[in-house]
Structures are given as structure tokens and as C-alpha cells.
Design a protein around this ligand. Structure first.
Ligand code: GDP
Length: 194
């Protein structure tokens, strides 16, 4: 897709701060450091839009990026991060869980997994929970450039097996360094935004 407009339009900590114009939403989830900010910037052709932070887990808000006045990318704080307090994490959990489980305009969740390693316990829990709430998931294996092309299928097969991937969910490789996978990921996203 040709992105002509991409802006951070809403930063929410409560449902009354979510957009009200009823465009379809895609939530982006993944462990801290998985490459989510880099993914957003690459997909939206905007270098500094989502902050690539050295300090993971900092964002505690739901960030709504409007794209081409057609859909929203919703950046969800990274999970699996120990350095926030327990109470902060509990609060964070409630907001995100409610958003993911109850938001009518949410059409799919794009879950980023680091392609270099097998899914972590947090990755598995997140995916299982998303399947429990019956939301379509697009799995994106990040940092593909760090693995020789000849090994991609093997790494993807491990992710598929360890997550017990639902056959209706896509699993695609991606690199924000090289842009490989970008068109396929856009295709998968747009199929869900109807
Ligand atoms: P986030 O915490 O999930 O938002 O992750 P970031 O986008 O901040 O990326 C974490 C680190 O991984 C940064 O050092 C990025 O430069 C690096 N990174 C992200 N995506 C890729 C990628 O596709 N390839 C490579 N080689 N490095 C990446």
C-alpha cells in the first residue's frame, strides 16, 4: 500500500480517549525490543514516527496512528518487561486487555515475534490469550535480515509449532532493515480491515 498520510492522532489511557470516527483498527503487540517501533516506521514510511527506544517498556499508552484516513495502527505497550512496578503493570494490563477484548473497531492483532529465537513464554501466553478472545492474529517474524534466507522456513516452522498456530492466522517474515516482507504484511493487514 502507498502510505500518503500517517500521524499519531490519539494517545489514550482510557476508552473515552479512543477515536470516535469508526475506522478499522489494527493493534500491534509484541515483547519489548522485538522491533515494533522499527516495524511501524517502516510500514508507514516515517523514520521517527514511533520512537525507537533504548529503554524498552516505557510507553504506557495506547497510541493511535491514523493511516491514509483509512485505518489506525494502534501501538500497544510491549509485554514481558520486568522493570515497571507491579501496580503499574497491573493497571497497564487492565487497559490493554479491555481494549483488545472489547473494542468493536479492532479487526485484528498483529503480533510481532523475534525470528531469531523460539517464541518465549510471554509470546505463547499472549498468542493463546488472543485466540481465547477469538481475534484474528497476523504473526510477523521480525529481524529476518539477521538470519540467512535458507533458514527462514526452519525458523518459521519453529514459531508455528511452538505457538500451535491457528491455521486461519498468517505467519509472515519481515525486516525493517531491508524491507523484505513489507508488501505481504500490508496485503494481510488490508484483508482484515474490512
Ligand atoms: P521495540 O522495543 O519493539 O519498539 O523495538 P525497536 O524498534 O526499538 O527495535 C529494537 C532494536 O532492534 C533496535 O536496536 C533496532 O534497531 C533493532 N531492530 C528492529 N528491527 C530490526 C530489523 O528488522 N533488523 C535488525 N537487524 N534490527 C532490527
Amino acid at each position: 500500500m502507498k502510505v500518503t498520510q500517517a500521524d499519531l492522532l490519539h494517545v489514550a489511557v482510557r476508552p473515552d480517549q479512543y477515536p470516535t470516527n469508526r475506522l478499522p483498527e489494527l493493534a500491534l503487540a509484541g515483547r519489548s525490543n522485538v522491533g515494533k517501533s522499527s516495524f511501524i516506521n517502516k510500514m508507514l514510511n516515517r523514520k521517527g514516527l514511533a520512537r525507537i527506544s533504548g529503554r524498552p517498556g516505557k510507553t504506557q499508552t495506547l497510541n493511535f496512528y491514523g493511516v491514509n484516513e483509512r485505518l489506525y495502527f494502534v501501538d500497544v505497550p510491549g509485554y514481558g518487561y520486568a522493570k515497571v512496578s507491579k501496580s503499574e503493570r497491573a493497571k497497564w494490563g487492565t487497559m490493554i486487555e479491555q481494549y483488545l477484548a472489547e473494542r468493536e473497531m479492532l479487526k485484528a492483532v498483529l503480533l510481532l515475534i523475534d525470528m531469531r529465537h523460539p517464541p518465549t513464554a510471554d509470546d505463547k501466553l499472549m498468542y493463546q490469550w488472543l485466540k481465547q478472545i477469538e481475534i484474528p492474529v497476523i504473526l510477523v517474524a521480525t529481524k529476518a535480515d539477521k538470519i540467512p534466507k535458507g533458514k527462514w522456513q526452519k525458523h518459521l516452522a519453529t514459531i508455528k509449532r511452538d505457538l500451535q498456530k491457528d491455521e486461519n492466522d498468517e505467519l509472515l517474515h519481515f525486516s525493517s532493515e531491508t524491507g523484505v516482507g513489507k508488501e505481504d504484511v500490508w496485503k494481510a493487514i488490508l484483508q482484515r480491515m474490512v
